[in-house]
Design a protein around this ligand. Sequence first.
Ligand SMILES: [Zn+2]
Length: 187
Amino acid sequence: MTEPCPSCGLLDQVQHVPAVYQGGHSFFRGQGPLVTVPAGDGFVTTNTQVNGVSVTAVARSLDPFPPPRRSGGLLAAAIVLALAGSCFLLLPFSAIGDPPPGGAVGIVVVSLPAVCVYVAAGVLVWLYARRLRAHRRQRRGVPAAQQVWEKGWFCHRCGGVYFADAGRLLTPAHFRQLVARAGGYDR
Ligand SMILES: [Zn+2]
């Protein structure tokens, strides 16, 4: 058992933070709307399956994990840019048959857009690699963050978190900040 809540001095509404977090997730599976799909010569009407997780606001406010990594939008943008750069690069080659005014200088001028686009693509790849590294570092910090997180107690009456050895009620946001700092992924 732990110390009573430092705010109300009672224990009856106090729960271990991991228990609040787990208890706030419910998994559901059910029938979705009717859909008609073609089958052989005719059509078949069937129910769609729906399943997912619902998370309470309290559980979300006690989430100890770093924010999930966004999908590779940056990488996709870099690939698109590199392709666009290759199109631009074709310009100087097509201009060789018909030299632009200024000779060699002209060729440099027409290949400038390609160079700019390649530099931009390079910057995006660098940003992507940096984000990947930051994400890996965050994952490594999770066990340390969880150690702090597991020491937290949540009082449902007061809506705050406290540690048994420190007599002060923290807001869930403050508690999450402490957890993130322990894991090295506070922003
Ligand atoms: Zn309380």
